[in-house]
Ligand binder design. Structure first.
Ligand code: FMN
Length: 178
């Protein structure tokens, strides 16, 4: 097999997103790979729009999912749930025919301002992906609480415990991808 192909998907669109930083940390920990950055800035799902054909931005993301060996997902928590951006992207991708999520492997990571590290949003993301037959790599949930205190000025994680957790999960992902 050639280099593994990773697709990153951040449920937060903002440039300074802690979830983006967390994804970057995971990609670094994975090591050598072809990395695609998914753009989740998509139109809102609308069945009428879909009937006219997938919007180009959605089709691009679907094609990236097809190419990817694994998805690295940054799942923020908004009001104790999955972010609208991430849910909207998953909804669009789930409409691809043939289905493209089935049997993909995914790692989910969450960074949040709150003390629970976005656990509820993380769980919700996990449960939605499981329903779509995505294989989420198991292990202790990777949750960065009070994320504003956990990254340095270069966007790198400063917490050794979390760094080790991420390294272990990405090592496991590499093993699973063979
Ligand atoms: C609409 C909205 C709802 C939020 N709800 C929660 C929440 O339920 N739990 C939490 O820990 N943080 C919540 N936050 C704070 C986010 O965790 C924080 O803004 C975080 O930085 C978002 O992720 P990002 O840095 O990747 O953009 C919320 C933020 C927004 C904008």
């Amino acid at each position: 097999m050639g280099k593994p192909v990773l697709l990153t998907m951040s449920g937060s669109l903002r440039k300074g997103s802690y979830n983006r930083m967390l994804i970057a940390e995971a990609v670094r920990a994975f090591g050598d790979a072809d990395v695609m950055t998914g753009d989740l800035n998509l139109p809102l799902y609308d069945g009428d729009v879909e009937d006219e054909g997938m919007p180009a931005s959605v089709q691009t993301l679907i094609d990236q999912v097809v190419r990817a060996d694994a998805l690295i997902i940054g799942a923020p928590e908004y009001n104790k749930g999955i972010s609208g951006v991430l849910k909207n992207a998953i909804d669009w991708i789930s409409r691809a025919r043939p289905p493209v999520f089935k049997d993909k492997v995914a790692v989910i990571l969450s960074a949040a301002g709150g003390r629970s590290g976005g656990e509820t949003g993380h769980f919700m993301t996990h449960s939605i992906l499981t329903q779509l037959q995505v294989h989420v790599v198991h292990g202790p949930l990777i949750l960065v609480a009070a994320a504003q205190n956990e990254f340095d000025e270069n966007g790198a994680l400063t917490n050794d415990f979390l760094k080790k957790q991420i390294e272990a999960r990405m090592t496991r992902l590499r093993e699973l991808l063979g």
